[in-house]
Design a protein around this ligand. Sequence first.
Ligand code: PRT
Ligand code: ZN
Length: 299
Amino acid sequence: MLTKKRLRIAVQKKGRLKAVTDNLFTHCGLQFSQTKNSLVVRCKNFPIDLLLVRDDDIPVMVIDQACDLGIVGENVLLEKKLARQAHNKSFAYQTLLACEFARCRLAIAMPALNAGSDIEWLQARTIATSYPNILQDYLAKNNLDAKVVDIAGSVELMPSLGMADAICDLVSTGKTLEENNLVEFATVLQSQAVVIRAQTQLSSSKEELIALLLRRFRGVIKAQSSKYIMFHAPLSSVDDITALLPGAETPTIMPFGDGSRKAVVHLVAAETVFWDTLEAIKNIGASSILVLPIEKMMS
Ligand code: PRT
Ligand code: ZN
């Protein structure tokens, strides 16, 4: 039974956001009981209900206050905002948190044989997209006059079918463009998943629950992008080594105590540490280097 007393969060039912939002909730300690095909999932240990919907419906569900929070890509959010504003309808929301997952970019791509053309090439061309409002906005800002064809899916096929000269679609690895012999040529929008809420005051118990959730979301997001690093190094090299580690916090330095002027160093780096960084710190004195994942963080 749905009741307004429980915090309602709109999330994607099926698709690219599903696994990442499930992972976020699980790592925050939220437990859900779900029956197959259910559209509402009840949280067992907090007064929270998840509403499982198409991602395109999430912004409006939050703005119209059918749900208190939503987790959705910025691409969908901006498209819905511009569509609604085009009809002079308000679209008031607040972004509470950037989730740092489901990263992608909305880009214009053209057939490879036109590679190297500049933006003027788009003048009077036909562009297929599922993001007509964002594209129209981009074209207007760049004083370009092109025809926009609104297509729900398989946008990358349109040039080879002769239905468009170019496309404007989401790209993450670029593999789909390559497979369809298209080259990226302008970035219209950078996107990631965000947590949004309507601009309305909720009951104090819901506000407290939102504050708790945001604290845990932030902790999980930070932990998942951070690494715990341990290594041995001469005391004289510790500062130089730390400077090479991305987003490193103040290290904990434990001298060996054997008169060797060496120490065990522990620190948290805020970003993934790549092999070339490890090789660089090894070259300036680090040894016995360990890079470990972090499960939870709270400061
Ligand atoms: O059914 P529903 O409407 O809920 O889902 P959907 O099919 O509209 O969306 P879905 O599940 O495909 O994506 C949900 C959200 O994930 C998007 O709105 C983006 O915010 C985000 N996201 C991140 C992506 C991608 N990366 C992505 N690569 N969404 C789609 N793609 C597609 C893109 O459209 C293209 O077809 O993947 C292809 C390109 O990928 P690469 O890796 O080959 O470049
Ligand atoms: Zn969708």
